[in-house]
Design a protein around this ligand. Structure first.
Ligand code: 4AD
Ligand code: MG
Length: 468
């Protein structure tokens, strides 16, 4: 079937007169004058195209007048200027072939506003709505913008493994991967489950980050990035957490924290600039129906200089603020959502890059700074915070000194043998290097203004929920 997608029909200045379109019916209106007006969508863009079917068509009475929302059809006809409001062109049907019907009394996507909660239970059909179609298209454009950004800068795309033995973030929030029969596991002499008899002969997990495995590529190929799914078994039931999400992780050799932050800022701006220029129709939709400030916010970010502030200064600012905190800001503790929102939405009113966090709250691989004037230990970390969402990027300059790294790993009770290969990078030709991870879903959420992260990934995985 040589169909033309609706996006092409609507955007081409000189579209062909004879066309075939295929898609799903949104609405049908039958006029007394012997015509049916069918609004047809195919997912290629937000708009549908109007099909005008004349009662002279052979299946008019038997099929066309019975079409309802959700039916699938193929239409052949001529593209003509439309006299109706809201569209320039429409298709004058010469044939309407019905591929699939959709019973009105059971088809879940009715022509009314459904709640996002309800549509989550219909994840397999929710992309037939305007909102979820638009989310899917913006997500797609963001992913291609990510690859463009790195490819234009000669970064090498590296595929890191999904199954791993290492816990990058050291938070112990890993899903185990095993083929052992949970009802009847083999036991060792101490009565513990004997994972040496498991598929890989050892305990394995789903990765929380591709960083550890991408670092060797940076320390041989220069600038690299990995982009794939990551998994965290943290029991966080919030609008910003998923148990399965996608992360983009660049890693640069011969790069320090400042270079890392510079790249992060350019990267975020590139993504939002692309969305603004290439997803105009979808962004207008979000701006109208989802978040009235969506476009203005993105445009503001593209034009702003991100604020850069050390963790110590940020805590100082928060402590001085005239404000009742639920969690009092305290040097040594992680910043809370209320603190992050205060900094990004009230103090600076733009993205903020916080650097040099206390060593005690960050993973083993971050480079140790010299102690500050009060003898406090910090690491060369940076988080990029944006209004409403909070952290969208976490990164660091890596510890490139073997002795400092091993010392830190020992103090954190890590098994050095497991990370021998990681230490080798510091043993053989060590170089300063740095990188970061950007959460794809939080980025899509921010771009679209969608308030819940579960609505920007096709099939969300969250605690007690892995349907579809
Ligand atoms: O700050 P995180 O934990 O950093 C790392 O994993 C580093 N190894 C990255 C690196 O340096 N290569 O995670 C990075 C980003 C966060 O800033 C956030 O945007 C996203 O990943 N993220 C999540 N997104 C959705 N659901 C979750 N549970 C997330 N946890 C982190
Ligand atoms: Mg983080």
């Amino acid at each position: 079937m040589n169909r033309t997608i609706i996006r092409k029909l609507l955007s081409e200045t000189d579209p062909p007169a004879q066309v075939i379109v295929a898609g799903w019916v949104r609405t049908v209106r039958t006029s007394k004058g012997g015509f049916s007006f069918i609004m047809l969508h195919d997912g290629s863009c937000l708009s549908g195209i109007q099909i005008v079917a004349d009662e002279k068509l052979p299946n008019y009475d038997s099929e066309i007048v019975h079409l309802t929302s959700g039916c699938s059809i193929v239409v052949a006809g001529t593209l003509v200027a439309s006299s109706g409001k809201g569209q320039n062109v429409e298709v004058q049907a010469e044939s309407v072939r019905v591929l699939g019907t959709a019973a009105v009394d059971t088809y879940p996507i009715q022509q009314k506003r459904h709640t996002f909660e309800f549509l989550r239970t219909q994840a397999h059909l929710r992309t037939r709505t305007n909102t979820f179609g638009a989310v899917a298209r913006v997500r797609n454009r963001i992913c291609s913008a990510i690859h463009e950004f790195f490819q234009q800068r000669n970064f090498l795309y590296v595929h890191t493994p999904i199954i791993t033995t290492s816990d990058c973030e050291g938070a112990g929030e890993m899903f185990g991967v095993s083929t052992i029969d949970a009802n009847n596991p083999p036991r060792d002499d101490d009565g513990n489950v004997d994972f040496s008899q498991d598929f890989f002969g050892r305990r394995t997990y789903l990765t929380v980050s591709g960083q550890l495995e991408v670092e060797p590529y940076a320390c041989s190929m220069g600038d690299v990035y990995t982009f794939g799914p990551t998994f965290r078994a943290e029991n966080s039931n919030t609008p910003r957490h998923l148990a399965e999400f996608w992360m983009v992780e660049p890693e640069m050799a011969f790069c320090d924290l400042e270079g890392d932050a510079d790249l992060a800022e350019q990267f975020v701006k590139h993504i939002f600039r692309t969305v603004l220029s290439d997803c105009r129709e979808d962004m207008d939709f979000f701006n109208k129906w989802v978040d009235k400030t969506a476009i203005e916010t993105l445009a503001g970010i593209v034009d702003s200089d991100f604020e850069r502030i050390t963790y110590t200064d940020a805590i100082g600012l928060l402590q001085k603020a005239d404000r009742k905190w639920e969690y009092a800001p305290q040097w040594g503790s992680d910043t809370q959502t209320e603190h992050e929102r205060f900094l990004t939405e009230e103090t600076f009113v733009k993205p903020v890059i916080i650097t040099d966090y206390p060593a005690g709250i960050k993973p083993f691989y971050m480079r140790m700074n010299d102690p500050d004037d009060q003898g406090r230990l910090t690491v060369a970390a940076m988080d990029v915070l944006v209004p409403k969402i909070g952290e969208i990027i976490g990164g660091a300059q890596r510890e490139d000194r073997l002795d400092v790294l091993t010392d830190r790993m020992k103090k954190q009770g890590m098994n050095l043998d497991d990370y021998c290969w990681y230490a080798d990078l510091r043993r053989y030709g060590t170089v300063p290097h740095a990188g970061f991870g950007l959460g794809l879903e939080r980025t899509v959420q921010f771009a679209t203004g969608m308030s819940n992260i579960r609505d920007v990934i096709p099939y969300p995985r969250t605690p007690r929920n892995a349907e579809f």
